[in-house]
Write a new protein. Sequence first.
Length: 149
Amino acid sequence: MLLARTDTAAITLEWAMSNLLNHPEVLNKARDELYAQVGQQRLIDEHDLPKLEYLQSIISETLRLYPAAPLLIPHMSSSDCIVGGYDVPAGTILLVNAWAIHRDPHLWDEPISFKPERFETENGEISEANKKLVAFGIGRRACLGMGLA
């Protein structure tokens, strides 16, 4: 679990830094938030994270555009079902393509644009974009390392 965590965290950080360098207006907004919430006299600590909502939005947007695991962990159908209009018999291995879901123009406005604002919340409620993000999977079979990430 630690090896998977360090590799995926490194990949996500590399993409996040690349996105920030290519979008200086987002970088400036993130810097302003850091200065306002943490200041310049100390490093960020874990207890600061809930206050850094825009930084969390940047991470979510990075995970949306560049998931560290674009194909989620394979699952097996436990019974006959229909997926996307196709009959799927029990015992079939199913792969979820998070990369394609996160770039689907039917689900996302400007799906290939880096826009962390889509994840901003109001009044502490979960944004619609957060409800569609499946970078770690969803439900009882979500990634066990989500908390570590």
